[in-house]
Write a protein of this length. Sequence first.
Length: 136
Amino acid sequence: MDDVENAESGASSEAARHRLTGLAAVKLHATLVSGLVLCALAFWFELGRAERGNSLSWAYVFEWPLLAVFAVYMWWKFLHPGGDGAKKSKKPKPAIAPEYEGMLAGWQEHQRALAVEQAKSSPAPEPPKEGSDTSP
């Protein structure tokens, strides 16, 4: 039971080390507040226009609150980085998928066989002799 508690406290202390604090956190909070105020004002403005008969404004009436929700989500992700909830496995992932492991070796062997066949079928060019003029 103590191991579980130690593992949980270790995970929380690791998250606390990476948590945004200080002046950077204050700037992030100020950005969120200003963004939410902007979204609220834009919502109110577009709602008034929509009620006065501008049918396009109804789209913005729903868009601004969605943008505010997205801003809160991003604020949370910036404030708590690495808290995606997925536990990272300690086992490294293989470089290639297991079903394709032999493909690279097979391709390299095929390339070697092609090079050997090409060397057999085409004679090697003779090196130019010294003193011979190769220009036309």
